[in-house]
Design a protein around this ligand. Structure first.
Ligand code: SF4
Length: 257
């Protein structure tokens, strides 16, 4: 199976390992990928393989979401969470703050107990309006795969040369704990270079960063779906648990997916 795009703006609900009954919202094109990273493990594939496509407008998203929420009410299905993920980085949508505003209203009208989760790669949290919006969602899930620039370059491949992982860590700490940090652990080879963010150096670096950020939770996981780089290996549940234990001993709340 090859990596695949989400073909709709609103998808599911699907039963998620981490989030429960989750209604997906894709703010990116349905036939293209838009992301400020180009992760070697991205389940959508590489950016270059999915150029193009049109972003849905704020109105498109709001109308499609409301339509689906009415259908779910009629079907008697109650989502636990609305999850903003999809074909790229949701905060890259220029109307992200306004779309989230609409979403809060729709959630309150149709499923007031549902949580709102946003999965973001942290590349735009330096923008105040993105920061303020993420700070209002129930599950503000932000990516941090390594504290070392060369590892981030290898695994996440930021598009911008100005990307600075130390700045991201400082910005993550600005949430004052209202953040869930998500880290993908993996091993393999990419472009002839060894990839491994499970070494003691990597894990200790992450631990120090988490302690500075003081998130309400750290979510760690490994590969689950086909990846564009084929030479990658999943880190076993036992190893993830051992890494989690190290973090827990330092006082962190850690979940292993
Ligand atoms: S940040 Fe997410 S969407 Fe973007 S390339 Fe990485 S895994 Fe894919």
């Amino acid at each position: 199976m090859a990596p695949a795009l989400f073909g709709e703006t609103i998808f599911g609900p699907i039963k998620s390992r981490r989030l429960g009954i989750s209604l997906g919202v894709n703010l990116l094109p349905v036939n293209g990928k838009v992301c400020s990273f180009d992760c070697i493990y991205c389940e959508c594939g590489y950016n270059a393989d999915h150029r193009g496509g049109k972003l849905p407008s704020r109105e498109d998203v709001s109308q499609a979401l409301e339509k689906r929420l009415i259908e779910l009410q009629e079907e008697g299905v109650t989502p636990d969470v609305f999850t903003f993920a999809g074909n790229g980085e949701p905060t890259m949508h220029p109307e992200f703050p306004a779309i989230m505003e609409d979403t809060f209203k729709l959630r309150d009208r149709y499923f007031p107990n549902a949580k709102i989760s946003v999965l973001s790669n942290s590349t735009r949290i330096h923008k105040q309006e993105v920061f303020d919006t993420l700070n209002r969602v129930d599950n503000n899930i932000l990516k941090l795969d390594s504290v070392f620039p060369e590892t981030v370059e290898l695994i996440d491949k930021p598009n911008a040369e100005s990307f600075d992982i130390n700045r991201v860590i400082k910005d993550l700490a600005r949430f004052d704990g209202n953040v869930i940090v998500q880290t993908m652990f993996l091993r393999g080879v990419h472009n002839g270079k060894k990839v491994d963010n499970t070494t003691d150096e990597e894990v200790d670096g992450l631990l120090n960063a988490y302690l500075k950020i003081a998130p309400k939770q750290v979510m760690i996981y490994s590969l689950d779906r086909p990846t564009p780089e084929k030479n990658l290996q999943k880190v076993s549940k036992e190893e993830l648990e051992a890494i989690a234990e190290k973090f827990r001993k330092a006082g962190l709340n850690v979940s292993v997916a």
